[in-house]
Design a protein around this ligand. Structure first.
Ligand SMILES: [Zn+2]
Length: 60
């Protein structure tokens, strides 16, 4: 049950928290947890860009 075309996301519903196997094609899209019907966004599209970011980095 470890298909390379799928990956896992955890349901954000605190009453559920199940691991969902979603196809990689669903990255960036909304999917519904079949256990609790909560809709969640599948991560995968890069949210943080280190190149040309207008946001200044915190330097310690
Ligand atoms: Zn759920």
């Amino acid at each position: 049950m470890n298909s390379p075309s799928r990956f896992r996301v955890r349901c954000p519903n605190l009453c559920c928290r199940r691991l969902l196997a979603v196809p990689k094609a669903a990255r960036g899209h909304l999917v519904r947890c079949r256990h609790c019907t909560t809709t969640l966004r599948v991560p995968g599209i890069r949210l943080h860009s280190t190149e040309g970011s207008p946001i200044a980095r915190v330097v310690a």
